[in-house]
Design a protein around this ligand. Structure first.
Ligand code: AMP
Ligand code: GLY
Length: 419
């Protein structure tokens, strides 16, 4: 069997790494991959956005299963096109990917199926928003409808702030078509967490819990990022919370998509706020999280390839994967200037570590230039440590990352630190 992983970040290195336990290098491809995936797979020079080129490659190499990492190609219909060509692929159809690709679709879907979420209003006219904002109660959350690389959500404390954001989104078309329509939500107070599952459209497999650290600096200060670290299991969720979330949210989502004749297959990431009145959905992502994948997948003891095939073939009900009891903690090593203006092209040393059962260095924004390893993005690596307890896993990750060096390297010192 031949496998293609689409994407080139830390999440995709984690997918390739997990697959490589059962799949040989000659049968594993990653497009475009990074300097980490090239040790385990053949990197293919096709970007995740080049859908037609990806389909051609799958045909040419007779790939048996494609696993799509990031959201954009899913929203753009990569899975539909591959299936049309008779190819197996793990990921939702473009219609089902609207759970992430259109925040308005996702909120209306939740309303139709009584899935708990913040109250909301949606607008396609700037003049209507202005009238609404004059009488609205704050704080409110403004969201661009479409994909905006995590930058399309702004919490507004008053009408002036909200009008400015609405003007930027709609009149200045800050995110083009993606911000032509706007969603306004009530602000939810509580503890933020997420739940991940894999589904074949019918059977739902809840994955080990994980949560990330979104702010750039220690103490949850500084700008929002894609995630500066992660821990699994999530200390923010009890088993009771999880049971309630499964019943009230996850099952209704998967059944709702089935009922609307748009069954959802693949990984689903549910962002939640645990409020005083129960868990409420903040957002859906139609993929695994990054860096959450770097703490979930290293805990998988069974074959990821088999699990993905079961999800594609509709036989997930028969799968009983084994998970490592150990905890995992990932610390992201980011470039100077991340997230606003990451500096690229810096030489990296110390990234080749002796193999260990207890840690693994996932690459993200790395590449080889004239044979040398250099930085090529915002988030460069995630060092994942495994240990009996979260504290052990954290110590392992922080100890191992001391080897890695590049100019301007920044990381948070307080990932999974609860003392
Ligand atoms: P989203 O991409 O919709 O998850 O929004 C990005 C971030 O904005 C979330 O991770 C939350 O921290 C915050 N957020 C989104 N919606 C709300 C809400 N209704 N109330 C409070 N915070 C929110
Ligand atoms: N870590 C957040 C995300 O993957 O969207």
């Amino acid at each position: 069997m031949r496998y293609l992983v689409v994407g080139g970040g830390g999440r995709e290195h984690a997918i390739v790494h997990a697959l490589s336990k059962n799949v040989s290098k000659e049968n594993l491809f990653c497009a475009p991959g990074n300097a980490g995936t090239e040790a385990l797979a053949t990197n293919v020079e096709i970007k995740a956005s080049q859908i037609r080129a990806l389909v051609e490659f799958v045909q040419l190499k007779d790939i048996d299963l494609t696993i799509v990492g990031p959201e954009a190609p899913l929203v753009d219909g990569l899975c539909d096109l591959l299936r049309k060509n008779g190819r197996k692929v793990l990921g939702p159809t473009a219609l089902a990917a609207r759970l992430e690709g259109s925040k308005i679709f996702s909120k209306q879907f939740m309303r139709r199926h009584n899935i708990p979420t913040a109250d909301f209003w949606h607008f396609n006219q700037y003049s209507e928003i202005l009238r609404f904002l004059d009488i609205a109660k704050f704080p409110l959350v403004l969201k661009a409808d479409g994909l905006a690389s995590g930058k399309g959500v702004v919490i507004c404390k008053n009408a002036d702030e909200a009008k400015k954001v609405a003007h930027d989104f709609m009149e200045n078309r800050k995110f083009g078509e993606a911000s032509e329509q706007i969603l306004i939500e009530n602000f939810l107070d509580g503890v933020e967490t997420s739940v991940f599952c894999l589904t074949d459209g019918r059977t739902i497999m809840i994955l080990p819990t994980a949560c990330d650290y979104k702010r750039a600096y220690d103490g949850d200060a500084g700008p929002n990022t894609g995630g500066m670290g992660a821990v699994s299991p999530s200390p923010r969720l009890t088993d009771d919370d999880l049971a309630l979330i499964e019943k009230k949210i996850i099952v209704p989502v998967i059944h709702g998509m089935q009922m609307e004749e748009s069954p959802y297959t693949g990984f689903l990431y549910i962002g939640l706020m645990l409020t005083k009145t129960g868990p409420r959905v903040l957002e859906f992502n139609v993929r695994l999280g990054d860096p959450e994948a770097q703490v979930i997948l290293p805990r998988l003891k069974s074959s990821l390839a088999d699990l993905c095939l079961a999800a594609v073939d509709g036989t997930l009900e028969e799968s009983q994967p084994e998970w490592d009891d150990r905890a995992a903690v990932a610390v992201v090593l980011a470039s100077e200037g991340y997230p606003e203006d990451p500096k690229k092209g810096r030489a990296i040393t110390g990234a080749t570590l002796p193999p260990s059962e207890n840690h693994f260095l996932y690459h993200a924004g790395t590449k080889r230039s004239a044979g040398k390893l250099v930085t090529d993005g915002g988030r460069i690596f995630a060092m994942t440590g495994l240990g009996k307890t979260i504290n052990d896993a954290r110590s392992e990750a922080y100890k191992a990352l001391k080897n890695v060096q590049f100019d301007g390297m920044q990381y948070r010192e307080d990932i999974a630190h609860f003392d």
